[in-house]
Design a protein around this ligand. Structure first.
Ligand code: PBG
Length: 325
């Protein structure tokens, strides 16, 4: 048959397919989230996240060493705090000797070249399990900024390279930038969780850190999944306030938002392939319902294709292992 256009000509063998491939993944794109707990010689698996564990500082160093050998160089640690260290004001979050600060110092001492992206939010340290100070059932914005500024400074002093506010309070990027600059941390960057949606995909993470809200939900600060223009408002503000990266979270149900920010910003766009997204792939793969490795690769490339420059993913290590085989 005569046919001028036959798109299949460009798919006919692997060499040609590789040649015309538009998007590629690289280990350089990844930040690997890691969970830290107190104690020694701990590697406590997280049930709802097969393959992911909580580490004490000593085993965390082993894990990071193993990841470095696989080619990963950027990590996003999250601390799990015992209930007795939590309070209404997340006071422990800016104790310079808290678990998180100790972990950051140890990692940077042992591996000076790794990049640490540290989470700035009250929830792991809050007895209310919220990202802000709760008063009469309300989340206080400006009072919370004070805590976030102190927390970010504590992390910078411990050696964080990039602080990542995930709380969604108004004005936090500007406040944190000012606090960092006033204290001589001009080089510490801010990766803002710009468009962070209130949804169901954070469940396994909250199990891992025991950080679920004790009452209510996060809908007065995290975004409504139905909105996309609002993501542009957040992006404009974060940019004006001094963010160095804009993040979209979750990633898979929000690929359109990743693309929207990519097309409307000159800043690097990060995407967080969150715990629930990881758990879905793992759970289906364990049942033999999907091919876990192929689903991982397709997930990651789709996030890149949508426009993400940087991907935070629990798959990072598995992807690095896949590349080694
Ligand atoms: C804390 C924070 C959360 C995640 C990252 N930082 C939980 C939340 O907002 O409730 C979730 C990450 C994941 O699910 O993988 N503010």
């Amino acid at each position: 048959m005569l046919m001028n256009r036959r798109p299949r000509r460009n798919r006919q063998n692997e060499v040609i397919r590789n040649m015309v491939q538009e998007t590629t993944l690289s280990l350089h794109d990844f930040i690997f989230p890691l969970f830290i707990i107190d104690g020694q010689n701990q590697r406590v698996p997280i049930h709802s996240m097969p393959g992911i564990s909580r580490f004490s500082i000593d085993t965390l160093l082993e894990e990071i060493g193993a990841c470095i050998d696989l080619g990963l160089k950027a990590f996003a640690p999250f601390p799990g705090m015992p209930e007795q260290l939590k309070d209404k004001y997340a006071t422990e979050s800016h104790n310079p000797d808290n678990l998180f600060a100790r972990a950051i110092r140890e990692v940077k001492k042992n591996f000076p070249d790794v990049v640490l992206v540290t989470d700035v939010a009250m929830d792991p340290y809050s007895s209310d399990g919220h990202d802000g100070i709760v008063e009469n059932g309300e989340i206080l914005n400006d009072e919370t900024l004070e805590v976030l500024g102190k927390m970010a400074l504590t992390q910078a002093q411990a050696g964080a390279d990039i602080v990542a506010p995930s709380d969604m309070m108004d004005g936090r990027v500007g406040h944190i930038r000012r606090v960092l600059d006033e204290n001589g941390f001009q080089k510490v960057a801010i990766m803002s969780y710009t468009a962070k949606y209130a949804g169901a995909f954070y469940g396994p993470f909250r199990d891992a850190l025991d950080s679920a809200p004790k009452m209510g939900d996060k809908k007065t600060y995290q975004m409504n999944p139905a909105n996309s223009r609002e993501a542009l408002i957040e992006a404009e503000l974060d940019t004006a306030e001094g963010a160095d990266y804009l993040m979209v979270k979750p990633a898979l149900a929000y690929l359109d938002i990743i693309k929207l920010l990519r097309e409307n910003s000159h800043l690097p766009i990060a995407a967080y392939n969150v715990s629930g997204e990881y758990a879905m792939v793992k759970a289906a793969a364990e049942r033999g319902w999907i091919d876990g490795e192929k689903a991982m690769l397709e997930t990651l490339i789709s996030i890149k294709r949508a426009g993400a420059d940087v991907i935070l993913s629990y798959f990072a290590k598995e992807y690095a292992q896949y590349l080694k085989k």
